[in-house]
Unconditional design. Structure first.
Length: 215
C-alpha cells in the first residue's frame, strides 16, 4: 500500500475519531480533571473577551471557562464521546458554547474571525498537510492571538508513547507550527515554561508555549 494511503488509513478523520472515542470510553468517568488548563488562564487573563476557537476541546473545561469569562466560544473535537461530555458539562455550568464534533483540519472556519485560537496539547497529524494547518492559523483575526501549548517531551516520554503505538514525530509540534506562521504573525513567546498545573505524580513536567499575535 502506498505511503499516502497508509497515512490516510491511520490518520484519516474516521480512524482518528474511532481512536479518540475509544480512549475517552476507557475510564468509567471523565478522562481529564474537569478544570481548565492553568496556562490558558494565565495567558488570556488580561485579554478583552471576543470570539474564541478551542481546537481539540476534549471534555470542554477550557471552552466552558472561556464562555463563563465572557468569550463567545466555538469548540471542536474529533471525539463524539468527548463532545457529548462537554455539552453535558456546559449545561450543568450554564455556559453557552457552540460545540462541533468534527476534524478541525477539515473544517472551513471563517478566516480572520477569532480573537483567540487556543490549542491546548493538540494532536494534529502531519499527514493532513500544511495547507490544512495554515487554514487554522488563518482563523485568527488581525490583533488576535494564537495560543498553542504542548508537552515538553523528553526521550523517555517519547519512547513510552512509541511503545503504545503513538509516535510524536507524526504530529505537528510547536516548532512545526511556528514555521507555518505567516509574516503577519509576531511570535511573542516560544519557550519551555514550567507547567502551571502539573499532575500530582509528575511535578517536574513542563510545557512548550507558543504565543503569536496576528498583525
Amino acid at each position: 500500500m502506498p505511503e499516502d494511503e497508509l497515512g490516510e488509513k491511520r490518520f484519516g478523520a474516521a480512524a482518528q475519531a474511532d481512536e479518540w472515542d475509544a480512549r475517552y470510553s476507557e475510564p468509567d468517568d471523565a478522562l481529564w480533571s474537569g478544570r481548565p488548563n492553568g496556562r490558558l488562564l494565565v495567558e488570556v487573563a488580561n485579554l478583552t473577551p471576543g470570539r474564541a476557537l478551542d481546537i481539540g476541546c476534549g471534555e470542554g473545561a477550557d471552552a466552558i471557562w472561556l464562555a463563563r469569562s465572557g468569550w463567545t466560544v466555538t469548540a471542536i473535537d474529533i471525539s463524539e464521546v468527548a463532545v457529548d461530555r462537554a455539552r453535558a458539562a456546559a449545561g450543568l455550568a450554564g455556559a453557552v458554547v457552540e460545540w462541533i464534533r468534527g476534524d478541525a483540519l477539515q473544517m472551513a472556519f471563517p478566516a480572520a474571525s477569532f480573537a483567540l485560537v487556543s490549542m491546548q496539547y493538540p494532536a494534529l497529524p502531519k499527514a493532513a498537510g500544511e495547507v490544512a494547518v495554515r487554514a487554522l492559523l488563518d482563523a485568527v483575526r488581525p490583533g488576535g492571538l494564537l495560543l498553542a501549548i504542548y508537552h515538553d517531551l523528553d526521550e523517555e516520554h517519547r519512547d513510552h508513547m512509541k511503545s503504545r503505538g503513538v509516535d510524536p514525530a507524526d504530529y505537528v509540534d510547536a516548532d512545526d507550527l511556528s514555521q507555518l506562521l505567516g509574516d503577519d504573525f509576531t511570535v511573542e513567546l516560544h519557550a519551555v515554561e514550567p507547567r502551571i498545573d502539573p499532575p500530582p505524580d509528575k511535578p517536574h513536567i513542563a510545557d512548550v508555549v507558543l504565543r503569536a499575535r496576528r498583525r
